[in-house]
Design a protein around this ligand. Structure first.
Ligand code: UD1
Length: 421
């Protein structure tokens, strides 16, 4: 069982190259199935979830090759349309392969997905999208099968689900006729997926708004794409510096998509600025934090609101604030498991329903804690860097699902952190 040991209570200082986006790359890898040549991706994060997605693509017939952070996917020979149960249980995003397989072959089968234990995560909206495009959808004992010749249709989502919007896009780009998605998610990962699909030859308009229009084309083509920086990994490190104090430069942090995060951490007292490059390009972010964080009131929500994925790291920051903070979780109902772990470190957090009230403490102390989920684990790293003494985080396998090497990155900030077997 992998553990991380951290000796905290010292300011951070240094520079990190932010990894490629986990949530950005996963739907892109699924999109590879929509063409019959070889897709080439660069800046691919080397994380467990990518390995799992590559495993699924190989299991349906793709040939995948990694060279450092470059990944090529030859999808000329797709021979299977069923996604193995073990993969689907491991990672919820495996469901994205269904939309792409359905678009390419008219058939896809999977199981109800797994992933982090952060609340009930149904797939009804994904299945709604498939059926609105003309697929017959059957569910039996945890198995899902979708079949049929797709055609354009109107899809109305009652909630802007990121995954369901991606699945709808993947299924619709090759479906003859026009598809309109109402109530679409507006996350930056939707925009980059649409950019990639358009580069492959798809006809799409309106991404980044609640209404996306797709005109089905008969064929898509291979292309090359650089995965953008991970806004959640960058936000995690900004939160760690806000909790522990110090300064950092994050090269490759996608500044334009981090507005709610940088604005919130600035309210907490951090000074965060973009790193300007040539021709008005922004190359990343710089942060400076002195003193204790200030308390805030905050709620999570679909983009452009504050991301639910950074709610747990914010709990760590606010546990150290000079006063009372309130945090409301509006996306995943069971995402406060990390509060109990932070309490072991001395945090004063009261959770009721989807709200947490945090009485900031002058300091936290090291303890033995457990990573219950990916972002909760990263939040414990941030808290431990600020805490006096040693913290041991158990079950860090969850962290590896989304962070290439959190110890390497924090060591770049001169944090005292290491993996222990
Ligand atoms: C994606 C992100 C995840 C992030 C989440 C919300 C990836 C790989 N993962 O997850 O990191 O936390 O967006 O920003 O991109 N829902 C339904 N029925 C459905 C689908 C979703 O009720 O069919 C509900 C979920 O239970 C949840 C909410 O919608 O309450 C948001 O889920 P969704 O946006 O779909 O998240 P994911 O795509 O799973």
């Amino acid at each position: 069982m992998s553990e991380i040991r951290i000796c905290g209570y010292r300011p951070l200082s240094g520079e990190i190259n932010v990894q490629g986006s986990k949530n950005g790359v996963l739907p892109m890898l699924a999109a590879s199935l929509l063409q019959c040549g070889t897709m080439r991706f660069t800046n691919v994060p080397i994380i467990q979830d990518v390995a799992c997605m590559v495993g699924i693509l190989e299991s349906v017939g793709c040939r995948c090759r990694f060279q450092g952070s470059r990944l090529s996917i030859d999808a000329s020979r797709v021979i299977k349309t069923a996604i193995p149960q073990e993969d689907v249980k491991k990672m919820r995003s495996s469901i994205l392969v269904m939309g792409a397989l359905l678009g390419r072959t008219g058939e896809a089968a999977a199981w109800y997905p797994g992933g982090c234990s952060i609340g009930s995560r149904p797939v009804d909206l994904h299945l709604l999208a498939f059926s609105r495009l003309g697929a017959g959808v059957e569910e039996e004992e945890g198995r899902i099968r979708a079949r049929g010749r797709l055609r354009g249709g109107e899809i109305v989502f009652p909630f802007p689900s990121v995954g369901a919007t991606e699945n709808a896009l993947l299924a619709a780009v090759l479906a003859p006729g026009e598809t309109v998605i109402f109530g679409a998610a507006r996350e930056p990962e939707i925009i980059t997926l649409c950019q990639l699909l358009r580069q492959m030859g798809a006809v799409i308009a309106g991404e980044g708004t609640e209404r996306i229009q797709i005109k089905g084309v008969s064929r898509l083509y291979e292309t090359e794409y650089a995965v953008p920086g991970d806004r959640i990994a960058a936000g995690t490190y900004l939160a760690a510096v806000t909790a522990a104090g110090g300064q950092a430069v994050l090269w490759g942090a996608p500044w334009e998509s981090m507005g709610a995060v940088t604005e919130t951490l600035c309210r907490c007292g951090a000074c965060i600025e973009p790193l300007p490059g040539e021709g008005g390009r922004i190359l990343g972010a710089r942060i400076l934090m002195e003193g204790r964080p200030r308390p805030v009131r905050l709620q999570t929500g679909p983009y452009p609101e504050f991301p639910t994925d950074l709610q747990s790291p914010m709990l760590a920051v606010l546990s150290l604030a000079e006063g009372e903070s309130r945090l409301r979780e509006n996306v995943f109902e069971a995402r406060f498991k990390t509060a109990a772990e932070l309490k072991k470190m001395g945090a004063d957090i009261t959770v009721s329903g989807n709200q947490a009230v945090i009485q900031g403490k002058e300091g936290l102390s090291g303890a033995r804690v457990r990573a219950w989920d990916l972002r909760g684990g990263a939040a414990l790293v941030a808290a431990a860097l600020a805490a006096r003494g040693e913290t041991v985080i158990e079950d860090c396998i969850h962290i590896e699902r989304g962070y290439e090497d959190i110890c390497r990155d924090v060591q770049c900030l001169h944090g005292d952190i290491r993996w222990s077997a």
